[in-house]
Design a protein around this ligand. Structure first.
Ligand code: FES
Ligand SMILES: [Fe+2]
Length: 367
C-alpha cells in the first residue's frame, strides 16, 4: 500500500533497499552489471605485463594491455575448471596469463596457448578462450561494462546526468597519483552516493570545508552565477588544503578560471571526481554487500609536484581525507539508523535535488 505523500518531501530509498541482500544482488545484476563502472587509473597499466584485478558487481575482472597498448578485459576465470586466474592487481605476468591450478596459459588476447602435459594437438585449443568484457578509457580512467551491448563509453558519459565531460578541460590524464587510500565502510553504496549528492549536511559535518567553500554553508553545491558548474573558494583561499598559498602547481586550465574554484561529479554508480585548484581526488566505490562498501581514493596532482620531493602534498591530501572521514562517519551512522525496524524509508527535500536524480536513475534501472 502506498503511503500518503508528505508536503515538501519526496520519497527516497526504503529500509529494505539499504539492507536487503536480495535487493543488493539485484543491484549488482541490473546496475553494476549494465552500467560502465570505474575500474582504476590508466597509470596502473603503464607497462606490458601490468594487470588490474577489480570487482565489478559480483564479478572479478582482469584488465591488461596488449603489445599494441590496447586495453583488454576478461572475466578472471580459467575456462578449464573455473579457477580464478589472478588474485590481485600487479605487474609482471609476462607474455601469458597462467592459471595457478593446472597451468593452462592464455595470451593477452585471451586465447588458450598452452595446456601442459598434453600433446599439442590433443586438445582443440582454438575452441577455448577467456570471456571478454567491454573496457575503455576516458581521461586517466579505465571503465568496464559487463553488458556486451553497452553504448560507447564516451556516449554513456555524454548522457550522464552529472555531466562529467565538463571536467575534461582539467586534462586529468596528465596528472599523477600521489597516494591511494582504502576505507572499509559499513554502509550501503547508495548511502554514500546520496551523501555525496547533497550539501545540506556540509555546515554541520564539514566545518573546515565550508570555511573554504562558503556556498556550501547554504546547502547548495552550485552557484547561480557560474554556468561552468564551478564553485568559488572563500576570499584569500587558494586550495582545499590545511595550508593556503602553499605554491603547489595548479591543475591544467585552472589559471583560466577567474576564481579559485572547485568542481565535482558523481559518475553513478561508483565514481566521484572532485577537482580543486591543485588536486583531483578520485573515489571508487566497490560494494561488497548491502551493508559494506570499500572506498578507494586516489589523489592526482600535476606530475612535477608528485616527482619533486621538496613539494609537500601532505596538507592537501590530509585535508581531503579529513572531509572523507567526516562523510564516512555520518554514512556509518545512517546505515545503523536505517537498519532499525522502526525505519521505513528516507526522504529528500527540495534542496536534495541531485539525490532525486540518483533515485530516478536507480528506479529506472532496477525496475
Ligand atoms: S582450472 Fe585453470 S588450468 Fe585447470
Ligand atoms: Fe560530505
Amino acid at each position: 500500500m502506498s503511503e500518503k505523500p508528505i508536503d515538501g518531501l519526496s520519497e527516497s530509498f526504503t529500509r529494505d533497499e539499504y539492507i536487503s541482500p536480495e535487493i543488493f544482488a539485484t543491484e549488482m545484476k541490473k546496475i553494476y552489471g549494465t552500467n560502465w563502472c570505474f575500474a582504476g587509473l590508466s597509470e596502473s597499466l603503464s607497462k606490458i605485463g601490468d594487470r588490474l584485478v577489480v570487482d565489478i558487481g559480483d564479478e572479478s575482472i582482469l584488465i591488461l594491455r596488449n603489445r599494441e597498448n590496447e586495453l583488454r578485459a576478461f572475466y578472471n576465470v580459467c575456462q578449464h575448471r573455473g579457477s580464478q586466474l589472478c588474485d590481485a592487481s600487479g605487474s609482471g605476468f609476462g607474455a601469458a596469463i597462467t592459471c595457478p591450478y593446472h597451468a593452462w596459459s592464455y595470451s593477452v588476447e585471451g586465447n588458450l596457448i598452452a595446456t601442459p602435459l598434453h600433446e599439442k594437438d590433443s586438445i582443440d585449443r582454438s575452441a577455448i578462450s577467456l570471456k571478454p568484457v567491454k573496457v575503455a578509457q576516458w581521461q586517466a580512467f579505465i571503465f568496464v561494462s559487463l553488458d556486451p551491448n553497452a553504448p560507447e563509453l564516451i556516449d554513456w558519459l555524454e548522457s550522464h546526468y552529472s555531466r562529467p565531460l565538463q571536467l575534461e578541460k582539467f586534462d586529468m590524464a596528465s596528472l599523477k597519483n600521489a597516494r591511494t587510500t582504502v576505507d572499509e565502510v559499513q554502509a550501503n553504496w547508495k548511502v554514500l552516493g546520496e551523501n555525496y549528492s547533497e550539501c545540506l549536511h556540509c555546515a554541520v559535518v564539514h566545518p573546515e570545508l565550508v570555511d573554504l567553500v562558503p556556498i556550501y554553508k547554504t546547502g547548495s553545491t552550485t552557484q547561480t552565477d557560474r554556468p561552468d558548474w564551478g564553485v568559488s573558494l572563500a576570499e584569500g583561499a587558494t586550495g582545499l588544503s590545511y595550508k593556503q598559498n602553499e605554491n603547489l602547481p595548479l591543475l591544467p586550465a585552472m589559471d583560466e578560471i577567474d576564481d579559485y574554484s572547485v568542481f565535482g561529479a558523481y559518475v553513478y554508480p561508483n565514481m566521484l571526481i572532485d577537482i580543486s585548484p591543485t588536486v583531483a581526488v578520485i573515489t571508487r566505490y566497490v560494494p561488497r554487500s548491502a551493508t559494506h562498501t570499500t572506498i578507494f581514493t586516489d589523489y592526482l596532482f600535476p606530475k612535477d609536484a608528485v616527482d619533486n620531493p621538496d613539494v609537500d602534498l601532505e596538507p592537501t591530501i590530509s585535508f581531503s581525507d579529513l572531509v572523507n572521514q567526516q562523510d564516512i562517519s555520518v554514512c556509518v551512522r545512517v546505515q545503523r539508523g536505517v537498519a532499525s525496524k522502526s525505519f521505513t524509508r528516507a526522504y529528500h527535500t527540495k534542496m536534495e535535488r541531485y539525490c532525486k536524480q540518483l533515485i530516478q536513475r536507480y528506479r529506472n534501472e532496477i525496475s
